[in-house]
Every structure is written in structure tokens, then in C-alpha cells.
Design a binder for this molecule. Structure first.
Ligand code: NAP
Length: 306
């Protein structure tokens, strides 16, 4: 592949940001706080006015973002959404110029990532896949874990961008590797969530105060992000989304497809995936992933909190 300078000046790159949702909005804000100049675009008005009031410039579409930037970050939904903003008629590719880098931080499939990266490379655009873990609180605090795939030299040059967003930044390997690691993360997150739901239902059905159970196990070997963050929300009946059910379902589908391609099966992941599919079919796809407890409550005939 032809070697091109990544940006005119990587010490002071012009950044673009596309996708100002739950995660994208605080991430964009942290880039500005770190001193980067930022051009933003979002499909709906949501988020744009807020960031423009804080100093961002607004672009008309992803092409205009690319034309005005050295590095464009995307944080959208799933594969078709990244394809739209990267390869669509008004996509990043149509604003390609020498040295442009696209950092996709959406969680999508490793295969799709490699295909998009190849199409962009044909137009001279370098792509890194850099999905994140740490949820909305991590996005707000700038403490995300970031797992990066793509050319290592491009990754190193983009390190200042990652450092403004996260505290654990790991280069994982060639294109698609960051997404593979993120899918491993989602397998662990999904199964942890189910374990918490089962423990809560078992505890309540056995007549013990679930808050005392959480107090005890939260300090021991069973502690996890799900125990500390999701379980209290289940007990408070707070099902607002930090991370949406529909996104967890999407991630587990990508994990299972990736496992299938590797010739293995993931029995636990399949089970959790089916429970998230059930919630989505019931119209709860926009709720937070702590809503998983509802599937077990229905079976047990109880509610764990309230
Ligand atoms: P979200 O709140 O639904 O935001 C998605 C953003 O993408 C919105 O700004 C949306 O625009 C935009 N978008 C979606 N489809 C688009 C399209 N076809 N063209 C242009 N823009 C499009 O989701 P989120 O929670 O921020 O998650 C974003 C990504 O990060 C997902 O892949 C998710 O799996 C991953 N993630 C989320 C978390 C979390 O805790 N929330 C943690 C780690 C990773 P509109 O405003 O117009 O809808």
C-alpha cells in the first residue's frame, strides 16, 4: 500500500466527528476539552446545537466533515450505518484527500470492517477500527477502554486522539482486530449480565434481601461491572438506556457470526442473545441492557426490586 503522511500536522490535527448519540456526544466534548478543533455532523439535530454552542463547527454531511478534517471519528449504530457515513453518496469517501484517516469507534463486525477499510484504502483513506468499552460513564469521564485494529503506524500517529477519550488504549493487530476484541468484551459483558439476573432472582425467591447480597458479593470474587452498575438499576426499576438492548443484541449476533466463521459454537452467548431478542420482540429494544432481568422475572413470577 502506498505510504502517505497521515495528516498535515498530527500535533494539531483537525478532527471531524459523526454520530452524536449517547456515546458520541460526550466523546466529541472530550476531544474539544483536549484542545482539538472539531467539525461535527449528526443525522438528526440532536446533539449538534449543544456541541456547536460549546465551540464545534457544523458540517452539512459526512463528505463536508471529511473535507474539513485530517481525522474523522465515527460513532454510529451498526454495519449499514457505518457503510452509509463512510461509503455512501455523501460519505467520507467522497471527501477523501491525501492523508485522511477514518477512525470508526462503532461496534460492528470484523468482516464488515475489513471490507469498508479496503474500499476506503482504494480512495487513499486509512481506516482504524477502534471500538470502546466503559459505557456512557466512561465516555463522559474520558476513561474508555479502546481496542484498535489497523496499521500500527497510523494508530501511533492517532494516539493523541485516543488519549483524549480513554485511559486504556490497546493496539490489537491488523484491520478488524479491534472489533474481534470488542466482541470478546461483549461476550463477557452479556454473560455477566445474565449471571447477575440469575443471582437476583435466586436471592429474592429464597427470601433474602438482594441489596445485602449485592453488598456482600460486590466486594468479593463475583464482583464485576454488571454487579456494581447494572444490578442496582434492576433493583431501582431504572431501565433507562446507558447501553441499549438492541445494541447488545447486535453485538452478540456479530460475536456468534464470527464464532461460526471460526468453526466454534458459544452456547452461553447463544442463550443470552436469545433473551435479548425476546426483549427486542417485546418492544424493549431501546431500554438499557439491565432490562434483561425482566425475562427471568417473567419466568419466576416475581420482580426483584421496586
Ligand atoms: P445511540 O445513542 O443510538 O447513537 C447512535 C448515533 O448514531 C446517533 O447519533 C444516530 O443519529 C447515529 N446514526 C445511527 N445510524 C445512522 C446512520 N445510518 N447515518 C447517520 N447517523 C446514524 O447509540 P450509542 O449508545 O451512542 O452507541 C453507538 C455505538 O457505540 C454502537 O455501535 C454501540 O454498540 C457502541 N457502544 C455503546 C456503548 C454504550 O454504553 N452506549 C458502549 C460501547 C459501545 P440520530 O441521532 O439521528 O439517531
Amino acid at each position: 500500500m502506498e505510504q502517505v503522511a497521515v495528516v498535515g500536522s498530527m500535533s494539531d490535527p483537525r478532527l471531524g466527528f459523526i454520530g452524536l448519540g449517547i456515546m458520541g456526544r460526550p466523546m466529541a466534548r472530550n476531544l474539544m476539552k483536549a484542545g482539538f478543533s472539531l467539525v461535527v455532523w449528526n443525522r438528526s439535530r440532536a446533539g449538534i446545537d449543544e456541541l456547536v454552542a460549546e465551540g464545534a463547527l457544523e458540517a452539512a454531511n459526512p463528505r463536508a466533515v471529511a473535507q474539513a478534517s485530517d481525522v474523522v471519528v465515527t460513532m454510529v449504530g451498526d454495519v449499514p450505518d457505518v457503510e452509509d457515513v463512510a461509503l455512501g453518496r455523501d460519505g467520507i469517501i467522497s471527501g477523501a484527500h491525501s492523508g485522511l484517516v477514518h477512525i470508526d469507534m462503532t461496534t460492528i463486525s470484523p468482516d464488515a470492517t475489513r471490507q469498508i477499510a479496503e474500499r476506503l484504502a482504494e480512495a487513499g483513506v486509512r481506516m482504524l477500527d477502534a471500538p470502546v468499552s466503559g459505557g456512557e460513564p466512561g465516555a463522559i469521564a474520558g476513561t474508555l477502554s479502546i481496542m484498535v485494529g489497523g496499521e500500527e503506524a497510523v494508530f501511533e500517529r492517532c494516539r493523541p486522539v485516543f488519549e483524549a477519550l480513554g485511559k486504556k488504549i490497546v493496539y490489537c493487530g491488523p484491520s478488524g482486530s479491534g472489533q474481534v476484541v470488542k466482541l470478546c468484551n461483549q461476550v463477557v459483558v452479556g454473560l455477566n449480565n445474565l449471571a447477575v439476573c440469575e443471582a437476583l432472582v435466586l436471592c429474592v425467591k429464597s427470601g433474602v434481601d438482594p441489596r445485602r447480597m449485592l453488598d456482600a458479593i460486590g466486594a468479593g470474587a463475583a464482583s464485576s461491572w454488571a454487579v456494581l452498575n447494572l444490578a442496582p438499576r434492576m433493583l431501582d426499576r431504572d431501565f433507562r438506556a446507558g447501553f441499549k438492548v438492541e445494541h447488545q443484541l447486535k453485538d452478540l449476533d456479530h460475536a456468534l457470526a464470527t464464532a461460526n466463521a471460526a468453526g466454534i459454537s458459544l452456547a452461553g452467548t447463544e442463550l443470552v442473545r436469545d433473551l435479548f431478542a425476546l426483549l427486542t420482540a417485546e418492544g424493549l429494544g431501546e431500554e438499557g441492557t439491565q432490562a434483561l432481568v425482566k425475562t427471568l422475572e417473567a419466568e419466576a413470577g416475581i420482580e426483584v426490586g421496586g
